[in-house]
Design a protein around this ligand. Structure first.
Ligand code: PDD
Length: 276
């Protein structure tokens, strides 16, 4: 089977699942989601991802009856039915099917959508080419909602120009990427934007910080500027599906430092921690 989907208790092949027009994810993007990977029946960092999902739901006042344990058990059932060995797990909670009324006051309950797709686990440190762009998103980037138009536009422009990801900056300081967090390594110190409403609290970001500390690398969670980005020894990006990737280029500037050994050590430590 090429993939499995589940919507409010009905599961089946991806192409067999129907979502009602009035699901508020359709008209308003009134929904939160999380994206995970797993293998052999397991979801890696399941608790952390589902806790973040429920935190996102809480942040938009979405009324749902789910607990982390309940969500894990539904998702694991879907994985079993998918018959896939290695997969991504997309879970979305939308705010009921009350249709196109802006105020959510009359909405009760949540719809749940789960998609299981074949995936590959990241097994080696990959190199990427990055570009930069002004961060024009709104200021609720810590909530993982399905309002992803900016990420779609940044990613389309990046791909059109031969780049793999876009580093975003606001008021001259780097925040994160279109769909990853970003770090710089300079003189043996790892820097990244602190947690705030300007970035998603990435699960891989958190684990990279822990891995760095395990390796004795100092981590500073402070905003860094565009000139600091350009003059860094290394630029690293993190996300669940790719773990860490290292930049060979940002806006045409090459990064060829001797620190790649540190990046490889970080990748190995992260792999050991996150995909045991
Ligand atoms: N994206 N920042 C943004 C804006 C993201 O969308 C993501 C993840 C991250 C990295 O977070 P994590 O390490 O928890 O995956 C940072 C996922 C992969 C997506 O939307 O598909």
């Amino acid at each position: 089977m090429c993939g499995y989907a589940y919507y409010n208790g009905n599961g089946g092949r991806r192409d067999s699942i129907r979502i009602p027009l009035d699901d508020r994810s359709i008209f308003f993007g009134d929904a939160v989601y999380d994206m995970m990977i797993g293998a052999n029946g397991k979801i890696y960092q399941a608790e952390e991802h589902f806790e973040r999902l429920l935190k996102s739901a809480g942040a938009i006042g979405l009324d749902h009856g789910f607990t982390v344990d309940k969500l894990i058990s539904i998702a694991e059932e879907c994985i079993k039915k998918s018959e896939l060995q290695v997969y991504s797990v997309y879970v979305q909670l939308s705010r009921s099917s009350e249709g196109r009324v802006h105020s959510a006051l009359g909405c009760v309950g949540a719809n749940i959508l789960i998609c299981i797709e074949a995936a590959e686990l990241p097994r080696k440190l990959c190199e990427v080419k990055l570009c930069t762009s002004e961060d024009k998103r709104y200021r609720l980037c810590n909530i993982k909602t399905v309002n992803l138009l900016p990420a779609v536009l940044y990613s389309t422009d990046a791909e059109r120009c031969g780049y793999d990801e876009t580093i975003l900056h606001r008021d001259g300081y780097v925040t994160e990427c279109a769909h990853s967090n970003v770090f710089i390594m300079h003189r043996g110190i790892l820097y990244t934007h602190p947690l705030s409403e300007l970035i998603l609290p990435g699960i891989t970001r958190r684990h990279l910080i822990l891995s760095a500390k395990m390796l004795g690398i100092r981590v500073i969670e402070e905003p860094f500027s565009l000139p600091e980005l350009y003059s860094a020894d290394e630029v690293l990006i993190t996300s669940t599906t790719k773990l860490i990737r290292v930049a060979t280029e940002v806006d045409g500037i090459s990064y060829k430092s001797e620190d790649r050994e540190i990046c490889s050590a970080l990748f190995c430590e992260l792999l050991r921690d996150m995909l045991p």
